[in-house]
Design a protein around this ligand. Structure first.
Ligand code: NI
Length: 181
């Protein structure tokens, strides 16, 4: 299968603001090929996740995972590589986390964003097999961030304390340059 690193749309592009369409057919060549491209694109960008709308694909599909340590999040525990389609997130309890977040569609910036600390998420993989998991901390944060892309929300819309929103290179000057996107 030819793999293609796709262009990641940046904030301001109206295609990032759409409500994504549910996937109705699984295990199709179009779906599988698109997922291969998304994985290539995510790895090339050292991302922890990528949502289909970020490559202009208007469907409810996200991928995420940190099989290996990635430069953008060197301290995070690994998350299994996951394809999640038509996701539904349900908070567990009311505990919040407030942690730094970035986005490949908002390069160079980070902010502290409130997220649920514990969630359940459900959906389907590319074969149509049901996924049902609980997650906490970084894993829960990544899932909430990626699924926000499916309802046209980028993390700056979630920021409450704008004193904790700035440029990576200023906030974290000791991070490796490749993490500064
Ligand atoms: Ni993002």
């Amino acid at each position: 299968i030819p793999m293609t690193v796709r262009e990641i749309l940046k904030m301001g592009d109206e295609r990032l603001l759409r409500i994504a369409k549910p996937v109705l057919e699984f295990n199709t060549p179009e779906l599988l090929d698109g997922i291969v491209d998304m994985k290539e694109t995510m790895i090339a960008a050292s991302g922890a996740g990528l949502a289909a709308p970020q490559i202009g694909w208007d469907i409810q599909l996200v991928i995420f995972g940190t099989g290996q340590i990635i430069s953008r999040y060197p301290d995070a525990a690994p998350i299994p590589y996951t394809v999640l389609i038509n996701p539904v997130i349900t908070p567990i309890g009311d505990e919040m986390q407030h942690d730094w977040e970035g986005c490949l569609s908002v390069p160079g910036l980070r902010a502290v964003v409130p997220r649920w600390q514990h969630i359940q998420y459900t959906g389907f993989d590319e074969q149509g097999q049901r996924i049902e998991r609980t997650a906490s901390g970084f894993h829960a944060k990544v899932v909430q961030h990626e699924c926000d892309h499916l309802i046209g929300i980028l993390y700056p819309q979630r920021v409450r304390d704008f004193s904790k929103f700035g440029f990576n290179s200023v906030l974290f000057p000791n991070l490796a340059p490749e993490a500064n996107d």
